[in-house]
Design a protein around this ligand. Structure first.
Ligand code: ADP
Length: 480
């Protein structure tokens, strides 16, 4: 995120289920702007559905640009004092947010499962992961150092220090409704910025829960604001954030299409924009790989959050000598480990997809692959549990011309493709513009370093021993 400008200085409503979430109350159907719980001015609300059964979990304000502007003004005013707090003060507040999030971990996880559908175990994992950003930034807040640079001119000294840029406009997705917010808010607050959060319309409750924690942690009014809005009002809010002169930076995680739109809206204002967009992660298994470990890795990276994470494996490429063995073992493990159902049930590993449109998209990818010659091994259609569920599916013999290879499927569908040579695998893996993440399995050390450097992705995961190396390209290579 662009949170600093470098300054060059010369010395010169909740239903029955909700009652389980005891610490948090959304029954007042309000959002959090400038330190107050408020309704939309026109009184409009929109429902938040439980994707597992379609029931309404709560109603929240359907804000418009009017509430957005109020939040931005409040945030801008708060910035004037927040930016002058000491790093130590900001660190203490972030630490309190971390402590509170961990204290109410189970309540927060239940809210998350209720609105996003993911299994409770995964939700608990996300809350800890989300809290870790508050923890990390509470520590980093105190390490915002500058630079002293040797001046080329005798009569001058040059040093650089960092100043917060101002209000950060934060737009987050539904697949990590807690962690995507804490990651951005933690950084913003540590830097001395304030923020206005527009959470995804499917999952605003986790954002409101974070706002409640902010109030309890004594984050000053206006430093954290949440503007909830329905899908209908969202485009105007997004545009309003990008065009508002008091928003200094935009941080967005979501689809590539919306990311491009926000960049377009921001361009005339030359606004700082940070985007984390779609992925199409390759998962490569070479002949030398330990197949059981590769299968375990494929399970974890493919089926996490029912396949709905941006770093989820999208294309599995397996070298010809181990192809049959890999497909056979993956089939067995999928049959044994994947349990479809309501994420609230403790044995469930594959919850619902976020909504019915997601099921339609996944189904269209499977149909397209089958029409173009893929082989169906498991699943292949919507699941009988309900309209938002899809059967864990395994397709083999997938080809590059299929949608499943070209777009993010975002569902519990594993597509496997056979390849002959390392060069071919790298060419296929890199034949996408969405290089968010990539994975490969090999036990050949030379190959590991070769492939790590050749893959054009932001995050690499290589399984080997138990160490973390910094890849020469600058991204982390995790060797376990
Ligand atoms: P997905 O298709 O996975 O829902 P989106 O990119 O549509 O991904 O959603 C990510 C976030 O972007 C959500 O908070 C959503 O409300 C928001 N969003 C969607 N459309 C727009 C838009 N036109 N302007 C600003 N934000 C948007």
């Amino acid at each position: 995120m662009f949170l600093f400008r470098t300054v060059k200085f010369r010395s010169s409503s909740f239903l029955t289920t909700y009652k389980m979430c005891s610490h948090f109350s959304f029954s007042k159907n309000k959002t959090f702007i400038n330190g107050k719980w408020v309704s939309a001015k026109d009184g409009k609300e929109f429902p938040v559905y439980n994707p597992a059964d379609g029931s309404i979990v709560a109603n929240v304000p359907d804000c418009t640009v009017s509430e957005l502007n109020e939040a931005i003004e409040g945030s801008y005013d708060a910035f004037k004092t927040w930016k002058n707090t000491t790093a130590k003060e900001r660190s203490a507040i972030l630490r309190r947010l971390f402590d509170l999030q961990m204290k109410y971990k189970d309540d927060l996880a239940r809210i998350l499962t209720l609105e996003a559908g993911k299994s409770l175990a995964e939700s608990v994992g996300e809350i800890s992961y989300g809290a870790s950003f508050f923890e990390w930034f509470s520590e980093e807040a105190r390490r915002i150092y500058g630079d002293i640079v040797p001046s080329p001119v005798k009569s001058r000294q040059m040093f650089f220090y960092k100043q917060p840029v101002g209000v950060a406009g934060i737009i987050t997705p539904w697949n990590f409704p807690n962690a995507m917010i804490t990651r951005k808010v933690g950084a913003a607050l540590a830097a001395g910025c304030t923020c206005v959060i527009k959470p995804a319309e499917d999952t605003p409750l986790s954002a409101l829960a974070i706002a409640q924690l902010a109030e309890e942690a004594k984050v000053p009014p206006g430093v954290i604001n949440v503007v909830t809005s329905s899908r209908n009002n969202t485009p105007a809010i997004g545009k309003g954030m990008c065009e508002h002169l008091k928003v200094a930076t935009i941080s967005f995680t979501g689809s590539t299409a919306v990311g491009k739109l926000l960049l377009e809206h921001s361009a005339p204002f030359v606004k700082r924009v940070s985007l984390e967009l779609g992925g199409n992660a390759p998962f490569i298994v070479f002949n030398s790989a330990n197949v059981s470990k590769a299968v375990a890795g494929a399970m974890a990276s493919k089926f996490r959050n029912s396949g709905q994470t941006c770093v989820c494996t999208n294309r599995i490429l397996v070298q010809e000598d181990v192809y049959d063995e890999f497909c056979k073992e993956l089939t067995k493990v999928m049959q044994n480990q994947l349990v479809v159902g309501n994420g609230m049930d403790s044995n469930v590993t594959v919850g619902p997809l976020i909504n019915e449109n997601a099921v339609k998209k996944v189904n269209s990818h499977v149909e397209d692959a089958l029409q173009k010659g893929a082989k169906l091994i498991l699943g292949g259609k919507p699941h009988s549990t309900g309209k938002t569920f899809f059967e864990p599916t395994l397709l083999t013999d997938i080809k590059q011309n299929m949608l499943i290879c070209k777009e993010e499927t975002f569902g519990p569908v594993a597509g496997v493709m056979k390849f002959k040579s390392e060069e071919e695998a790298i060419e296929i893996a890199n034949s996408t513009r969405s290089g968010l993440a990539g994975y490969f399995y090999s036990e050949d050390v030379s190959q590991i370093w070769r492939v790590a450097q050749a893959l054009e992705v932001g995050m690499d995961l290589i399984k080997l021993n138990s160490r973390i190396y910094l890849n020469p390209k600058g991204f982390h290579v995790t060797l376990r």
